[in-house]
Write a protein that binds this ligand. Structure first.
Ligand SMILES: Cc1cc2nc3c(=O)[nH]c(=O)nc-3n(C[C@H](O)[C@H](O)[C@H](O)COP(=O)(O)O)c2cc1C
Length: 376
């Protein structure tokens, strides 16, 4: 019996299996609104059998977008196209999550496949182009010469606005029908900027000691948990380590995870990195040990992510207790049917994870001697 394909329950949400699509920016929105690209892109993962599909970094305020083409949930009008996507994911048996985000000093960057800000005036009008000055814990640019903008430091009122914006967006996410919210506190974006001494140079109660640097994330979590329905799980994505000698460490993440647990967070999505000067040991499964650390020492279920995809290894990571979920990003783009295929590779002979409209794959498999019909 596969562990990867056994259901798991967090609060009132039962996922059909432990496979997750990690959030992936599509840089394809206008004024924050989801459109047919998002519908088709996300829908195919539900058709492919994933247990949970987490929507990309979705900005809680317009100035919190990584680029002008990010999704947003800063106004009520943005709810309806999300609800359409959520309804479709549900119709296919997948749960729907949304990553709520603020990019902080990494906001207002170009769409990655463009050559900087090279939009013509006509494209700017058509694409709803916008540019703005980002905000951050401290007025320190992320990196020089790389299309980042020098940010303004948030004052106390600005910090209060950020917390309120996470709350308002979480309420809208609930109205859209999402089953879970993932708070983005990773990859060097705003909440991660507050956590890390690499970006947080404040001298007030939000800077200095680890306790102070954790304050904003904990306030966001408390405020969101207070409005997010009791029966719906709350996930936090952390950069478990900055991979930098002067940065945030695994030990810091373990301490933070323990705090998050007491405040009603249900799982940690264990990523890493996001600041300049990091030395990242990129390779297969390079972040699994980080998911294991917060699971075993921090005491919360964890999601492993990053260069996963080998089916037997994915099964072993879950079965051996290294992580509770296996999240794929690029692997899902490459193979949206990864779960239905992986389930067969782990021995399933029925086609129950395939949507009924695709059930004739079985006839093809029998005729060609594929999967368990193989005789030789
Ligand atoms: C196209 C693309 C967009 C991404 N956008 C986000 C995002 O919106 N939020 C986030 O936390 N991570 C984002 N990531 C990181 C992924 O969620 C994931 O952590 C990373 O790609 C490693 O997983 P993988 O090896 O399966 O791709 C993105 C990655 C890709 C490839």
């Amino acid at each position: 019996m596969s562990q990867l394909f056994s259901p798991i329950t967090l609060r009132g949400l039962t996922l059909r299996n432990r496979t997750v699509v990690a959030p992936m920016c599509q840089y394809s929105a206008q004024d924050g609104f989801a459109n047919d690209w998002h519908f088709a892109h996300l829908g195919r993962f539900a058709i492919g059998g994933f247990g949970l599909v987490i929507l990309e970094a979705t900005a809680v305020v317009a100035e919190g977008r990584i680029s002008y083409a990010d999704l947003g949930l800063w106004k009520d009008e943005q709810i309806a196209p999300f609800a359409r996507i959520v309804d479709f994911l549900h119709s296919q048996g997948a749960a729907a999550g949304i990553q709520l985000a603020h990019a902080g000093r990494k906001a207002a960057t170009p769409v990655p496949w463009r050559n900087g800000f090279d939009e013509t005036d006509a494209e700017k009008a058509a694409l709803h182009f916008e540019s703005w000055t980002p905000v951050a814990p401290s007025a320190v640019i992320h990196a020089e010469g790389k299309n980042f903008t020098a940010p303004e430091a948030l004052d106390e009122a600005g910090i209060r606005n950020v917390i309120d914006a996470f709350v308002a967006s979480a309420i809208r996410a609930d109205k859209a029908g999402f089953d879970t919210v993932e708070i983005h506190a990773a990859h060097g974006y705003l909440l991660n900027q507050f956590l890390s001494p690499l970006a947080n140079k404040r001298t007030d109660q939000y800077g200095g000691s680890r306790e102070n640097r954790m304050r904003l994330l904990l306030e966001v979590v408390d405020a969101v948990r207070a409005v997010w329905p009791e029966d719906k799980p709350l996930v936090v994505r952390l950069s478990i380590t900055d991979w930098h000698p002067e940065g945030w460490s695994v030990e810091d993440s373990v301490a933070l995870t323990r705090e998050l647990k007491t405040r009603g967070v249900d799982a940690i999505d264990a990523s890493s990195g996001g600041f300049e000067g990091a030395v990242v040991p990129v390779g297969p499964e390079y972040q699994v040990a980080l998911a294991t650390a917060v699971r075993k020492e921090g005491g919360l279920p964890s999601m492993a992510v990053g260069l996963l995809g080998d089916v037997l290894r994915a099964e072993a990571i879950v079965a051996d207790g290294h992580a509770d979920f296996i999240a794929l990003a690029r692997g899902a783009l490459d193979e949206p049917n990864w779960p239905v295929h992986a389930r067969h590779a782990l021995g399933a002979e029925d086609y129950s994870l395939w949507p009924k409209q695709t059930a004739r794959v079985r006839e093809r498999d029998r005729a060609l001697g594929h999967r368990h019909f193989k005789t030789a």
